[in-house]
Design a protein around this ligand. Sequence first.
Ligand code: NPW
Ligand code: ADP
Ligand code: K
Length: 558
Amino acid sequence: MQRAFSGTGIRASEEPLLRAGQGPVLMQRAAHGLATEVARLLAEQRGRVYGARIVLLAGPGNNGGDALYAAASLVRRGVRATAVLSPAGTHEQALEAFRRAGGRTCTLAPEADAVPKADADTGSGLTDGDGNRTYAAIPEQDWLAEAAAADVLIDAILGTGAHGGLRAPWAAAVRALQQNAAAGKPDALVKSRAPLIVACDLPSGVDANTGELHEPVLRAALTVTFGAAKTGLLVPPGEGAAGRLQVIDIGLSDGLEDPVLRRLDATDLALLLPSPGRDDQKYTRGVLGVVAGSGQYPGAAQLSCAGALACGVGMIRYLGPESVGALIHTSSPEVVCSQGSVDENHVQAWLVGPGIGNADGSEAKQQLQRCRDAYDSGLPMVADAGALTVFPARSSARMIPHVILTPHAGELAQLFQRLDRDVSRTQIEANGMRYAVEAAKLTGATVLLKGATTLVASPHGTVFSQSEGTPWLATAGSGDTLAGIIGALLAALAAQTARFSSVGIAAEDRWAAIAAAGASLHGRAGVLAAAGGPLHATALATAVPEVWRNLQAPGPVI
Ligand SMILES: NC(=O)C1=CN([C@@H]2O[C@H](COP(=O)(O)OP(=O)(O)OC[C@H]3O[C@@H](n4cnc5c(N)ncnc54)[C@H](OP(=O)(O)O)[C@@H]3O)[C@@H](O)[C@H]2O)[C@@H](O)CC1
Ligand SMILES: Nc1ncnc2c1ncn2[C@@H]1O[C@H](COP(=O)(O)OP(=O)(O)O)[C@@H](O)[C@H]1O
Ligand SMILES: [K+]
């Protein structure tokens, strides 16, 4: 399981080591890790490290220091490195090491919007060796040309010591880089591709604690982070700016407190996913009740059932309109369909809401009543789509972690409205973790917030984040399939607390872990089904069993 910590927590864990004089050692470990990862990237991209060109944006603090030491070691391997320095100062020892190794430097002018001048006297042009020259203007200066021609650009402006977004002159420098990239520079005369951006510890402008973006932010292809993953790198929208994440162990683990966030990995899934034992029969394996679909949206019921069946549920009892039941039977004859009531059906968990529609007709009213009855049964439940309008207002008074709400950002904004909280979709998209956690606290339910990174917040404060999917999953019916997957896992796993403790998850957090496992399976199925190309929701469920098989630990070799 991957664990993430707040930037503040990681800084606190460094404190005792810094007091013991270990600061320089930690920085050397960080720099070594960064240099190793950049060298690996260069070798992958160019075939070799020697002769590569890098530019580093080195801020005034230790983040810039890490990158300068890393670049010094790359220079010794034959890399041409140019450091763009802050007028506010630079980590002195690291700068000295960089210059001694043969790195080139220039310093940004303190003014934010200096007028560009072509005149050589203004200081345009890079100096070699240990020279250091101040630029009078940012746009179109030589360091930008150097950056455009570079193989890798290291963003080491701000790390965990950042307060808010980039200030002048860095904000203008980053905007100039972004404008160049948008204008298609470098062009074919220089080289065919823009430099790969590597973030040192975290992309500058990403809040390490929350993942909020303070623009402008350079989107990294790779983030090399030190000590442990920062929360902001595993939640939206920060994760989207971080690219691939590589954690470098610099020896902090003893001082790290409880993680803020967890991410299930393939090993966790292999241990958590249910598999039938010799004595099992269909009823012991978990029966899922499904209240989904309407004349308006019959397909949602089919997709939900297909998602649940793909996870090996013991049986599905479907409740809904006869016409929808008939349609389900065409694709999934194994589903037991009826128009009965919730009390007449003995199940281990309920999935309610996909496609139940919002019309006022008697059919929709009946489905909504079934949703309420399922909730009143006190059984574990997934409440999706149409059912989200029914519960939160009713359940806010007590803890109901076994009720899993599965909104996307727009649905979560509506949910907040019903709770008399004015939170917009845009606000949720800018800080998903904050609002998923708040919604879980307000409703007492487990809240799964869907997106490219899916967050699951338990009302007890535990947060999971899963990001295995592909943008091809953004297609109608994808969420219905997810709801079915989680419903099936809920029916099978709700009572199996020992399974969760074996992977270090407290019994009270198992509901959130089940939802996270479902999101992970769904994401992996999306990647497999899409195979790099388009995906339609029906193909998702089909891919789940293969994902599942691939996750099982290989048996002993005989
Ligand atoms: N501690 C350790 O031993 C280890 C630390 N490590 C590394 O150190 C990093 C943390 O280093 P750090 O504490 O020096 O902070 P850092 O992020 O470099 O920046 C602080 C400077 O930036 C400035 N500044 C702030 N906000 C700004 C803004 N919005 N726009 C512009 N400027 C802004 C701020 O000025 P101020 O706001 O205080 O006026 C100050 O001058 C960490 O991420 C990791 O890479 C590793 O080597 C492992 C060992
Ligand atoms: N850009 C993306 N990258 C990865 N997964 C995504 C992306 N956009 C959406 N998803 C996933 O696709 C699903 C969409 O769900 P939802 O919007 O409820 O669809 P529907 O209601 O049409 O079934 C969610 O599981 C979400 O996490
Ligand atoms: K950085």
